[in-house]
Every structure is written in C-alpha cells, then in structure tokens.
Design a protein around this ligand. Structure first.
Ligand code: PMP
Length: 398
C-alpha cells in the first residue's frame, strides 16, 4: 500500500496556506478549493495511474478536427452534458484547451476578420464583466481584436460580444444584448451553468459555448476547458490557435479530467457494474448545491448583521435537472459597501485583512467588490465572521 501511495501522490502542493482566525483571507481569485472536501470522500472513483510509457505522442485522434483531443474526454464531456441537460452536444464539435481561458483566446482569433488590412474587431461585454476579458483581450496588443468595453453602450456593426451566464462577477443570468448583425459574433462563457450554482432552465445551444472543469468539478489545477462549437470552419480555426499556441493540450490532464467527469456522471446514472452491486457513486452537484445554499445563507445573515453591506437579491428558477425550484447560488458574491465614508470597498476590506477584487476591475463602481464563494470552509467561515462583526465596531480597530 505504501508503494502505491508513493506512486500516485508525489507530494503535491496544497495551494494556498492554511488560515487562522487572524490571517489575511484571500478571496480575490475564484480558487475552487471548496470542492476538495467532496473529492476526498470519493475513494478511487476519480483516481488515475498513468504508466511511464503512456500519453507520449503529441497526437490523440488524427481523424478529428481537434486532433489533440483525447477521445475519452470527448465522450465524457458529451455524456455529462446529456446527463445534466445544460448544453446541446449533438452536431457540435468538442475542442479542448488549457483551461477555458485558452479557448477564449482561440475564439477571439477564430472570429476576427481574416483580411490582413482589416481594423481590429471590437470585443465587448455588458458591465460588470469578468475582469479577465479586457486583460486577456489586450495583453498582447493584437492587431486582430481589441477591447471596446461595455456592450450596452457599444455602437458599431462588427463586434465579438462575450456573454457570461451566470455572470462573473454578479451571478446574473444573461443573454446577448447586441441585436444580431451580420458582423456581430457572440461567445457564450457558460463556466457557471451547472446545477450547484443555478437552475438548469434550458439546454443551451449557442454557436460557441465555453466550459471548464475549474468551476464544474473544482479541478482548476488540471487546467482543462472545453468548447462546444457548431461551425466546422470556426472549430478548425480555434484548433489552429491551440496548435500554434501550445501544440495541443496535456494528455495527462485530459485523461484526468475525463476520469473526473465520468465520476460525476456515474453519480447520476450508475454504471451497470455499480447498479448490480447496489453501489452509488458520490453526487457532486448535490454536495455543491448543499454547500452553496449553506454559504449563501450564512453570507446573507452576516451582511444583514453588518448593517453596511448589501448583496444582489436572490433569484430562482425551475431546474430541469433536479426537477425542483432552485435559487441561484453564484460562485461569487457581488458585495456593495453602503457606508458613506467608504468609496473603495476593496481597500476598506483589505484594511480588515480580507482580499477581494474591486468593482472597478469589472467596469463597475468601486463601492462593489467580488468575493469568491468557493474557498475552503475555514477561510469562508472566518470571512463571514469578520463581516458580521463590522456592526459592533469590532472590525474597526485593525
Ligand atoms: N470564464 C469565467 C467566467 C471564469 O470565471 C473563469 C475562471 N475564473 C474562466 C472562464 C477561466 O477558467 P479556466 O480555469 O478554465 O481557464
């Protein structure tokens, strides 16, 4: 047993350090470590051993447009979407990326005008928008595309509109705001369209849809995202981007992601072998929903107790996956500080050793901050306790 342990664990890093009641609590990034507690309890359901001679070739399936996509990942992606009913997969190409971040860039590349003489195409999204959209769009100062800000004030014919739903940072359910024009393209970032965060109200069937294990299962460190793409020529161009950028995507990571997605599907449609022995695989979305409901209720109570913080109203919908009405439980809290003397909520909270991301980074008012709801229990508990202590003035001293 000891030898097997050595073989499979390789002393991995644990990410962020453990916290104590007076630590700095970092909820700036959406690091999904909340899900570790679930996967710790799943035994070998998501365990994988890769012999030294495997996954050595650059190629996975030379007959597929996305020639570096592992067939097993392709199958498990389709199976999970069919199980959950959150996105159409029939007639779609599945593409894999190093996180959905790489596929976001691939989509910009694929949707940009082909003519060398063309002006860069405008990339827009309704504010508040995910802070990486402007950052990733402009960091290489591409001649193909350029960040043009808030979609709701955009005027022009040619654009790429990014639609994130449920939205990072504020959790709203969104649709494209720009009326479709011949020169207009949309990319749907559905990273949070999973039952732990929101009701699954329809089977999404947009032209380009992005997903990631980072938010669906919590395996951000595996760096696997996928795109569902309708159009063959766009799928080819996106594949070309990944080829030029990284010559493909880690096969080890793809196999691990496939194993993890299979374990999630098994929880809801047991394999024949499991069914025969009456075994039931652990159910990720039940765990995720339970945790999110609990955390949102703690956070709402703390914000109310503080008297100075407000949160978006709770919304709900009928979930076709669970067959129940479910509230949205966003992966981030979009928190507003209503104290008159505070015009920069992020620096106010930083003074109380809580790190968050300023509304300004999302094209919004700096009285707002985005707070990750997906950290480990210890950090989340300390955060909520600190927040509720503001009223009594205990939080004021440091
Ligand atoms: N889209 C959204 C809306 C996100 O919030 C994130 C992660 N914070 C990503 C994409 C990127 O995910 P990945 O880890 O797959 O690159």
């Amino acid at each position: 047993a000891a030898r097997r342990e050595d073989r499979t664990t390789m002393a991995p890093s644990t990410g962020k350090p453990a916290v104590t009641p007076d630590s700095v609590i970092n909820l700036d990034h959406g690091d999904p470590t909340m899900f570790e507690a679930f996967w710790r309890e799943t035994g070998d359901a998501a365990e994988l051993v890769i012999p030294g001679w495997q996954t050595m070739s650059y190629f996975s399936d030379v007959t597929n447009i996305c020639w570096f996509l592992e067939p097993e990942l392709d199958q498990q992606v389709r199976r999970l979407h069919r199980t959950v009913g959150n996105a159409a997969v029939d007639g779609y190409h599945v593409l894999v990326g190093t996180g959905s971040t790489q596929l976001f860039m691939a989509a910009l590349y694929a949707l940009s005008p082909a003519a060398a003489s063309a002006e860069p195409i405008s990339v827009v999204s309704t504010a508040p928008y995910y802070s990486s959209y402007p950052a990733v769009t402009d960091f290489l100062r591409s001649g193909l595309f350029r960040w043009a800000g808030d979609a709701s004030s955009f005027e022009g014919d040619d654009y790429i509109e990014l639609v994130c739903s449920p939205n990072n940072p504020d959790g709203t359910i969104r649709e494209a705001v720009l009326a479709s024009k011949p020169g207009g393209k949309t990319v749907h970032d559905l990273a949070y369209y999973w039952p732990q965060y929101t009701a699954i109200t329809k089977k999404a069937d947009h032209d380009i849809m992005l997903f990631t294990v980072s938010k669906s299962t919590g395996h951000a460190g595996t760096r696997i995202g996928w795109a569902l793409v309708k159009d063959r020529a766009i799928a080819e161009k996106m594949t070309k981007f990944v080829e030029l950028n990284t010559i493909g995507v880690s096969k080890d990571s793809q196999l691990r992601a496939a194993k993890v997605l299979a374990a999630v599907s098994d929880g809801y449609e047991p394999s024949e072998a499991d069914a025969r022995v009456g075994a039931r695989a652990p159910r990720l979305f039940d765990f995720g929903r339970r945790k999110m409901v609990e955390r949102w209720s703690m956070l709402r109570a703390a914000a109310a107790a503080s008297g100075i913080f407000t949160l978006p109203e709770e919304t709900s919908g009928f979930c076709n996956f669970t067959n129940e009405t479910a509230a949205t439980n966003p992966a981030f809290a979009w928190l507003r500080c209503d104290r008159e003397d505070v015009d920069d909520c992020a620096s106010f909270l930083r003074g109380h050793k809580i790190l968050t991301r300023s509304g300004a980074q999302f094209g919004a008012d700096p009285r707002y901050v985005r707070v990750s709801m997906l950290d480990r229990d210890d950090a989340f508990d300390i955060f909520v306790r600190r927040l509720s202590s503001f009223k009594s003035g205990e939080g004021e001293a440091d």
